[in-house]
Design a protein around this ligand. Structure first.
Ligand code: AMP
Length: 307
């Protein structure tokens, strides 16, 4: 049995400046990265909004990847836009511009065919929109969410209401520290788990990701790449690989969740190898299996416990 996976998030036109170059108005957004990554494992159902200026080629691309677009609304107005600049070592990112545009008037409406989904991912968007989606699904087995500093700064009350209703939070390390008010990550994760989500995944860029849950802690490395071009969307891609794998397996057991962490890391490692979704577009299932094996080799070691 497989699970149906619904994702709500942004579908955006991004402008990114990185040491490798500058790309304007390229396909981005939390839901685009998530759904594309998840599409290698399942047929994700997307909920989002775009404006009249959104290129049809991007819609065709998502459709060709098998993404269910019944929940993609197109309205008059401009598509959500985000612009960011990376430091020369790619270690930090400055948001230059966030234009909500059509998101300002968005009221997510889930098609009937989405409402019985077992898995729901509330991608990074305004928290009250995440709540709107939660109100429309019937009995999901797992609700996961992402957020970012933009909403921790500006919409903390609504964000806390979402946190109280989800099972899993995927968040990056700086945002976890900000949300919890604690620098130490295990302490921050414990504080966040007290707000609602019983499982917290902290993404740490090229240091990998940590899973904090009832069973303790599990670490997934990031693949040591020689060249990183554009980290934008790596977190959403991780989440797409993670949830897509759970949907494909139709199982939420601890061992499956750990393998999902590695699948998330596999997909994120591809995403950063090119701008926008360009590397994800060109992937094959052989590429994914080969990198999964490379992850196994990376972390497998003999247990030399002293008797
Ligand atoms: P990440 O690199 O994982 O933080 O994701 C970056 C993606 O998130 C970009 O493609 C942006 O379009 C999107 N994004 C940035 N800011 C926001 C926001 N405030 N709301 C929704 N999506 C956003």
């Amino acid at each position: 049995m497989t699970f149906q996976l619904v994702v709500v998030g942004s579908v955006a036109l991004d402008s990114v400046e990185a040491p490798a170059g500058r790309h304007d108005d390229v396909l981005g957004g939390s839901a685009s990265f998530f759904a594309t990554a998840a599409s290698y494992f399942t047929k994700p159902s997307l909920v989002a909004i775009v404006g009249a200026d959104f290129p049809e080629a991007h819609v065709q691309f998502l459709r060709a990847r098998g993404v269910d677009l019944a929940g993609l609304e197109r309205v008059d107005g401009k598509t959500f836009r985000w612009a960011g600049r990376y430091s020369s070592d790619l270690g930090s990112r400055t948001t230059l511009d966030t234009q909500l545009n059509v998101f300002a008037g968005f009221k997510p409406k889930l098609p009937e065919s989405y409402r019985d989904a077992e898995l729901v991912f509330l991608g990074n968007i305004e928290p009250t929109l995440q709540l709107d989606v939660l109100d429309q699904v019937r009995r999901p087995r797992l609700v996961a969410m992402d957020t970012m500093n933009f909403w921790i700064d500006g919409r903390l009350e609504a964000l806390r209401r979402v946190l109280a209703r989800v099972d899993l939070l995927v968040i990056n390390d700086e945002e976890a520290r900000q949300l919890a008010g604690k620098h130490n990550l295990p302490q921050a994760a414990r504080a966040i788990r007290a707000l609602g989500p019983k499982t917290v995944i902290v993404k740490r860029g090229d240091s990998g990701a940590l899973l904090f849950h009832e069973g303790g802690v599990f670490a997934a490395p990031a693949y040591p790449l020689e060249e990183v071009i554009d980290p934008t969307g790596a977190g959403d891609t991780f989440a797409g690989g993670f949830m897509g794998y759970l949907a494909q397996q139709g199982d939420l057991g601890a061992a499956t969740v750990k393998r999902a962490m590695i699948h998330g890391s596999v997909m994120a490692s591809f995403s950063v190898e090119a701008f926008s979704l360009d590397r994800l577009r060109a992937l094959t299932s052989d590429d994914i299996s080969a990198r999964y094996r490379a992850f196994c080799d990376l972390t497998h070691f003999e247990d030399l416990r002293i008797a």
